[in-house]
Design a protein around this ligand. Structure first.
Ligand code: MN
Length: 258
């Protein structure tokens, strides 16, 4: 049997489960809020063109308004100044959009401390138990933050000092960019950096290091709890926006069951 026939048979029989890692996209989907004087993205919205009415008697359709970085989305290298000469979202090689993924679960730590930062030692310790992070694959960082995604306020978790959401340390960002064999880093939070990363030196180290190294970011993932620590295949489908810095995307995982 061919590899693809075996795969489609396995999906049909649910031996391979397809898990949706994508947040529902609506006007209440949380979006990042940058402080003054920075520009901000819009929330997602639908604008009805017709709905079986005078404007179109047999058809329903909408225009949409969205940011490139709204909801579950893909960060292309050109999103950051360090990656400005790199790929835009339409230029990402297609084989990179279907790749192995590992899931590192730090939801307990993030529940105890919303400013929790992933360190290189955490990843090394995980690798000691589960094996190396995958060459050409994704490191997905579970923090339990998807549980908050129905509330902009709880998702951004901001107070007078700014947002408080888990992320990675400066050192770990450098390691992911320069030493780890992964092509991308995926998170459940609004961005790949910690909520407090605006005050790091350098600021936003994950964006800066990973995108500068030609790697990718993936944010606002859900259902990582349904994935094994290793063995899942991530399929991520950003729109090929010409010159775009990123795109809302559908993120799916294939997981072998039984
Ligand atoms: Mn982004």
């Amino acid at each position: 049997m061919s590899v693809l026939s075996a795969l489609t048979d396995a999906i049909a029989s649910a031996t391979v489960e397809v898990v949706d890692l994508t947040a529902p996209l609506s006007s209440s989907t949380p979006v990042i809020k940058l402080p003054e004087p920075f520009g901000n993205t819009v929330s997602f919205s639908l604008h009805e063109i017709s709905r079986y009415d005078d404007r179109g008697p047999a058809w329903y359709w909408n225009d949409i308004t969205t940011g490139e970085h709204t909801g579950t989305h893909f960060d292309a290298p050109v999103h950051w100044v360090t990656g400005r000469d790199g790929q835009d979202v339409s230029q990402v090689p297609l084989p990179r959009l279907i790749a192995p993924a590992v899931v590192l679960d730090f939801s307990e730590q993030a529940a105890a401390n919303p400013d929790f930062l992933l360190e290189v030692d955490h990843v090394k310790q995980w690798e000691g138990e589960h094996g190396p992070v995958p060459e050409g694959g994704w490191l997905l960082y579970r923090t339990g933050w998807d549980e908050r995604s129905d509330s902009q306020e709880r998702f951004l978790n901001a107070n007078e000092t700014g947002p408080h959401t888990p992320g990675v340390s400066i050192e770990c960002a450098r390691w992911l960019a320069e030493e780890a064999p992964v092509i991308g880093f995926g998170v459940e939070t609004v961005g790949t950096d910690a909520g407090t990363a605006h005050s790091f030196d350098p600021p936003f180290p994950c964006h800066s290091a990973l995108l500068g190294a030609g790697k990718y970011g993936l944010t606002q993932l859900q259902n990582l709890a349904l994935l094994p620590a290793r063995g899942a295949v991530l399929i991520v489908a950003p729109l090929p926006i010409t010159g775009g810095s990123g795109s809302p995307c559908r993120a799916l995982a294939l997981v072998e069951r039984g």
